[in-house]
Ligand binder design. Sequence first.
Ligand SMILES: *[C@@H]1O[C@H](CO)[C@@H](O)[C@H](O)[C@H]1NC(C)=O
Ligand SMILES: *[C@@H]1O[C@H](CO)[C@@H](O)[C@H](O)[C@H]1NC(C)=O
Length: 378
Amino acid sequence: MVSKTLLIQIIIFSSILLPLSSSRDYNYPAVFNFGDSNSDTGGLVAGIGFHLDPPNGHLYFKTPSGRLSDGRLIVDFLMEAMDLPFLNPYLDSIGMPSFRKGCNFAAGGSTILPAAVAASCPFTFGVQVDQFIRFKTRVLELLAKDTNIDKHLPTESSFQKGLYIIDIGQNDLTLAFYTKTLDEILAWIPTILLEVETGIKTLYDQGARNFWIHNTGPQGCYPGILSTFGTDPSKLDELACVSSNNEAAKVFNLRLHALCKKSQDQYADANIIYVDIFTIKSNLIANYSQYGFKNPKLACCGYGGPPFNFDRQIMCGQTQIINGTSVTAKACSSSTEYISWDGVHFTEAANQYVASQILTGKYSDPPFSDKMPSHLKF
Ligand SMILES: *[C@@H]1O[C@H](CO)[C@@H](O)[C@H](O)[C@H]1NC(C)=O
Ligand SMILES: *[C@@H]1O[C@H](CO)[C@@H](O)[C@H](O)[C@H]1NC(C)=O
């Protein structure tokens, strides 16, 4: 049984939908993704039987689809732009999932390091990397045999030529604020990043050469964080977001950026690209009306009404007895106008905007045009 507080732990917004770059610009044969609910396409649901109710997924999949959103996630838009199918979760054993074009190890609630707070997800970054090793080993074993499942498995060269996306760390920080001070969290960030360093090394040793490492977003701006830590105006920053949460995210990102540079120096034959999600999401939240969105601090699907429409006791789509009354966390009428889907995760419209910005290459270091093969330039 997953605690309702899992929602707060799992983290993750209509607008003028910008067309993504043309799909023929990309030719990664496969994508291997590691992360939390920001990129979970069904891992937590398959892995621990986590239950998601409608209207999750209503916009695109017409069913919750294992994603904490009304539709597609950033990773789904990235896959579309690369002309690749949506990633199946490693943990999904039903329905003969195809892993030909990659595999998703992300699971909602995941942290880099095991979390101190209960009810967090067991699939830490280290576990996801171990799952990848097992996945690769097993694929190579099966490919060596004469089996009929080859067409559902990546080729051996896909492991080398594939893209490895890492998007994790948000839950380490958000959860830490329940038990630690900001100073304690800042002092702990290097320890968290050592684990990322180990993961990159392990993947490199396994043959991975192309990395996109997403930094963490401005979590202090999310309705779920604001409703818990942001009710005192003195705790807010210039964006009216919880300053300590955003400060932790900024320090984490500085160090993650430094780690990416260090890893690039260390692994000269690899392409290690740092992707600044924080700046893309901050700009979206600060300048929402410019991008056609409504109040970014109000969750579309939740309970409680303004200013945040978020209540930790009840997840989007659920019906609960709160204060002796049966209430349902319902969705707003037009989720494409919202940035926050459920107070923690972004709407499909916001995810599409973020993906379009990632794909400009401008928020990457090095910018795509520096390191990417010429056919990937745009
Ligand atoms: C909002 O837009 C303005 C004008 O384009 C820009 O200067 C500013 O940096 C943006 N805010 C954020 C937080 O990105
Ligand atoms: C429940 O009741 C308490 C005490 O009256 C109140 O502070 C709280 O806002 C109520 N919660 C909801 C969700 O109505």
